[in-house]
Every structure is written in C-alpha cells, then in structure tokens.
Design a protein around this ligand. Structure first.
Ligand code: AMP
Ligand code: MG
Length: 341
C-alpha cells in the first residue's frame, strides 16, 4: 500500500472522511499528538489500527467526538463528566466512563469503561464532523516508539501500512491527552497531560493521581490504565534521568558523558538556560520551560534515533503542572532509570 501524506485542506479531509466511512484507517493531527483513526463503531476497522501499530490487544483506544451530543450514545455520563466537559472540551482531556453496548469490545480491550475525548484541533474536528462517526484513535506511532508530533514522524512509522495521513503541521501540546477516570467516587488521573491535576481539582474540588503515574508497576500488579504496563515512548538509546540542583546534575552528567567509550554516541537533554553548563558536548535543547519540553520531547527522542545516539542523559523537571506529564513520559522512555545527584 502506498501512503499518501497530504496537506490538510477541505479536499483531503473529505477524502479521509470517505476512507473512514469505508472502514479504512487514516492519520490526522490533534492538538496533542498525531492520531491513527478508525470508525469506533466498526470492529474490523478498529482491528486495523492494532495491526498497523502492532499494538497489544489489551491496550484500549480513545474515542474522539466533535460534539457533546455524540457522547451520550457511547457511555453513561455523570456529573463530574459534565463539569469537566464544560471546562476543558474541546481540548486535551480524555474521560473514562462506563461504556454502552454500541462500543465494540475491541475498542476498550474488553473493559466495561470507554475513553472519550473531544479534540480542539480544527482538522481533527472537521474530520470527525465530515465522516459523522465517533473515531477511535490512539497515537499514530508504532507501539513502543515516541508519539508523532509531526506528520513526517507518523509517515516514518506508518509508511506502507495506511492509505492516508493528513498533514496539519506541528502538534501544539506535544504529549498525549490527560486521562482521567470518572468511574469511581473521586476522579483519578491515570495519565498526566496538558490539563493538569490542579486544573481538574479547580473544577471538581478533589482529584487524585494514580500511583503508577510516576513509578513502574510491580510484578503482577493490575494496571489502572492498561497503557501503563507497556514500554512506551522509548528511543533506541539507553536513557537515564538525573534529579537534583542544576549544578549537581550537570556535574554528574558531564562526568558520565566523558567516561563513555569511543563506541558510544551520547546526547544530553537540557533546559535552554543550562546548555552552557555542558560546554561543547552534544546537547539538545528542551526549551525554556515545562510546556516547551512537552512540545519537544518526542521529536528530540526521534531525532536521537535518527542520529544513531546510543546513550541519552537528561535533566528533569519538578513533578507539578505540565512537568508531571513530561516526567511521566521521560521516566518511561528511560525505563525508570532515575539517578539522584
Ligand atoms: P494512546 O491514545 O495511544 O495514547 O492510548 C490511549 C490510552 O488511554 C491507553 O494506553 C490507556 O492507558 C488509556 N485508556 C483508554 N481506555 C481506557 C479505559 N477504558 N480505562 C483506562 N484507561 C484507558
Ligand atoms: Mg500511544
């Protein structure tokens, strides 16, 4: 199969909508990362997503809608969901709610809950509206690779596997949506993202963050969110994170970098203001703040692969605000190899 990558305009969006209605899968931009979409109500169409991504069947998908009225047929809506939708939709927030029968089991990996999001990206919204269907869409990377934040990243992973990718430029947020479970008495963040726990608490009064957001699951421990148990976001290089003051972290990274054998190609991920601490060693700029780190992290990890980097040393961020989302992705990319300096 040849994979077309077309600028997202009304003609290509209409073509993508037609493919979705015909049971095909297509790539499209959202404000978080690029997604790989299928008709969420069609079991065979959704199976194509799992095949193209080589995604484990026990990792459920998010269903994307364009209007609040599209939600009612899919799940049992509660008061927390109504308030969060009013505050944050359209936007980078996914809600887990009890599913209705119309949603095929393949979408939810057999769970009795379903993940729903209303994206704000104009291309995503136009596509969902044009096909008139809820769209099941995980991130558009092959399983285990960093999520795509450019159409070119998605083409790298999906070339020959899908008919069409809509190119809408760089994704704004850069990390996947916040996932919040609304199936219990207290809203629980299962995956941090652009909508922070504080923002959710501002609306609901109370919110908790699942333990497994910042630590690996124990052997045999049930994952509150199935995606957490899979290796994620990883570059091919071995990656280590360093926590501590900027000076202590830089000193430790410099000495480990300098001690590497000639055969290794190392890269240091650092905040803009810390770059001078690393002299003329190979560095990549995470930007001035947590939001820019979220925007850049996946692209930098992909670039490291392209540059045949074998060892990544990275600075870290406080686990608050969007920093929690950045650290959640980086910790998984590093296989939780985190050093205190
Ligand atoms: P992706 O769109 O690739 O970022 O993956 C969607 C993620 O949403 C999955 O990895 C799950 O962790 C989470 N998710 C989807 N549906 C559910 C659900 N019913 N319960 C808990 N987590 C879910
Ligand atoms: Mg994903």
């Amino acid at each position: 199969m040849r994979t077309l990558c077309l600028p997202a305009d009304s003609a290509s969006i209409a073509q993508a909508a037609q493919l979705l209605r015909a049971g095909e899968i297509v790539g499209f931009p959202t404000e978080t990362v690029y997604g790989l979409g299928a008709n969420a109500l069609s079991d065979p169409a959704v199976r194509k997503i799992f095949a193209a991504k080589e995604r484990p069947a026990d990792n459920p998908l998010i269903v994307h809608i364009a209007a609040l009225a599209d939600m009612e047929p899919l799940c049992h809506i509660n008061d927390m969901a109504r308030r969060l939708a009013a505050a944050f939709w359209p936007g980078p927030l996914t809600m887990i709610l009890p599913k209705k029968d119309i949603v095929p089991a393949v979408v939810t990996a057999g769970l009795d809950s379903v993940a729903i999001r209303m994206p704000s990206h104009p291309v995503a919204r136009a596509l969902i509206e044009a096909c008139g269907l809820p769209i099941a869409a995980p991130s558009g990377n092959r399983s285990g690779r960093p999520s795509p934040t450019l159409a070119a990243h998605m083409l790298e992973d999906m070339d020959g596997r899908i008919p069409l990718i809509l190119d809408g430029g760089a994704c704004d947020v850069g990390v996947e949506s916040t996932v919040v479970a609304l199936t219990g008495d207290i809203a629980t963040v299962l995956r941090p993202g652009g909508i922070t726990p504080d923002m959710l608490a501002g609306v609901l009064g109370q919110v908790q963050v699942a333990d497994s957001v910042m630590r690996p699951l124990k052997e045999g421990e049930a994952a509150p969110s199935p995606g957490m148990k899979h290796k994620h976001y990883a570059p091919r290089a071995r990656m280590t994170l360093y926590e501590g003051t900027a000076e202590a972290v830089a000193a430790r990274i410099r000495s480990e970098y300098d001690a590497l054998p000639e055969t290794e190609r190392a890269l240091i991920l650092a905040a803009s203001e810390h770059l001078p601490l690393y002299g003329n060693r190979r560095t990549a700029d995470l930007g001035p703040d947590e939001a820019s780190a979220a925007h850049r992290v996946f692209a930098l990890l992909r670039q490291a692969d392209d540059d045949r980097i074998t060892r990544v040393f990275s600075e870290t961020y406080p686990e608050s605000g969007v920093g929690l989302a950045v650290m959640n992705r980086m910790a998984r990319a590093a296989g939780f190899d985190i050093v205190q300096t």
